[in-house]
Every structure is written in C-alpha cells, then in structure tokens.
Write a protein that binds this ligand. Structure first.
Ligand code: 5GP
Length: 211
C-alpha cells in the first residue's frame, strides 16, 4: 500500500503515566511520527523551551487563536488553556506523517467528534500508587498541584472507554512497541485504504476482461 495517508493519533493519559517519555522514545525510534506542538498559557517548566515542548502564550493571545479558528481543539486543564494549532498538523499529515497529539480528554473528545478517522489511545500507569510516586519524583510541582492532577485523573478515568486502545505503561521499550503496532494496525484497516482497494479492483477488472 504505497502513498499511505498520515493518521491523526491522539494520546491521552493521567499526568505522570509516562506518556511524554513514551512518545519521545517512539519518535526517536520510528521516523514516520511527528509530535504536534501545542499552545498553552501555563508557564514553562525548567528545561522547557518555547516552540519545542509548547508555544507558551499569554491568555489574550490564546483567546485570539480560538476566535480566529486556528485551533483544532482546546481545553482548560488545572487552571490553564491548552490547544492544538491546526496548520502544522495539517501540513505534516499532507506529507504522509502520522501526527501525534498528546492532549487531555476534553480535547480528545473534540477531535473524535470533528475528525472521526483519528485513532485514540489512552496510556495508563501500572498502578495508582506508581502514578503518585512518579508525580512526586518529577519534583517540578507542589503537593497542591500534585493533588489537583490526581483529582483530574479521577475525572479523566470516567472517559477511558471513549478511546480505541489502552496501553499500560509498565516498561518503556515494550510500551513503545505496543503503541507502534497499534498505529501500524490502524494503517491496515480496510476503510483507510479505500482508494488502494479501488485501484486493485480496476486492475483486476482490466486483467480479467483481457483474457
Ligand atoms: P502539562 O502541563 O503536564 O504539560 O500538560 C497537562 C495536560 O495537558 C496533559 O494531560 C497534556 O496531555 C494536556 N495537553 C497538552 N497539550 C494539549 C493540547 O493542545 N490540548 C489539550 N486539550 N490538552 C493538552
């Protein structure tokens, strides 16, 4: 199946489930994936750079992007706005890349509604105790913020069945492979290959007619 079209992939998971590390590892191992870069009104954490992890923007700028229709989806998360700029994602998909949006559940549901072909994957930690430990050891947040993220996880857990696939992120390398196979599998779904099937039928008709 040549000239295959890029897939829009949504990856969500509780904060601390390890999806950031999982996705970085996936894109460094397999070259057809592109991570989308979101816009957010939250402040950069140590080591984060504008235009690499996020576009860090003021609230007014974010609201302007919403009103101009520049975002594919947007949501509020623990007091800040987050959203996906449309232009970059569309450009990458047109080049055949599989584009990954690492976004929370409200945004994921907007994508599911507006882009029904998108593939939705939810990443879980092996246990809730492990989740809390990971958040604490990340060291970048206060205890209050960790509690807010745990509360938010409880809310998000209600929507997991909306996703197509579940990855339990216990061991990084295996999770990378599982995610890659899930996406590869999606490329082989017949409804994503209608054009290719049509061409094969045409060729078959030609061959059979000529005999
Ligand atoms: P963090 O502040 O830890 O970087 O991200 C907080 C949450 O916002 C995570 O669940 C992350 O997946 C989500 N997020 C990041 N970018 C976007 C976005 O563009 N849209 C939405 N809806 N959520 C996002």
């Amino acid at each position: 199946m040549n000239n295959r079209k890029g897939i829009l992939i949504v990856v969500s998971g509780f904060s601390g489930a390890g999806k950031g590390t999982l996705l970085k590892s996936l894109v460094s191992k397999y070259k057809n994936y592109q991570l989308s870069i979101s816009a957010t009104t939250r402040s950069p954490r140590d080591g984060e750079e504008d235009g690499r992890e996020y576009f860090f923007v003021a609230k007014e700028k974010f609201e302007e992007m919403i009103s101009k229709g520049e975002l594919m989806e947007h949501a509020q998360y623990v007091g800040n706005y987050y959203g996906t700029p449309k232009k970059y994602v569309e450009e990458q998909m047109n080049q055949g890349k599989d584009v990954i949006l690492e976004i929370e559940i409200q945004g994921a549901l907007q994508i599911k509604k507006n882009y029904p072909d998108a593939l939705l994957v939810f990443v879980m930690p092996p246990s809730i105790l492990e989740l809390k430990n990971r958040l604490i050891h990340r060291g970048s947040e206060t205890m209050d913020l960790i509690e807010s993220r745990m509360d938010r996880a409880k809310e998000e857990a209600k929507g997991i069945e909306e996703y197509d696939y579940l990855i339990v992120n216990e061991e990084l390398d295996s999770s990378v492979e599982e995610l890659h196979y899930v996406i590869e599998g999606a490329h082989h779904i017949t409804s994503r290959n209608i054009e290719w099937i049509r061409k094969m039928r045409e060729q078959l008709n030609e061959e059979v007619k000529g005999e």
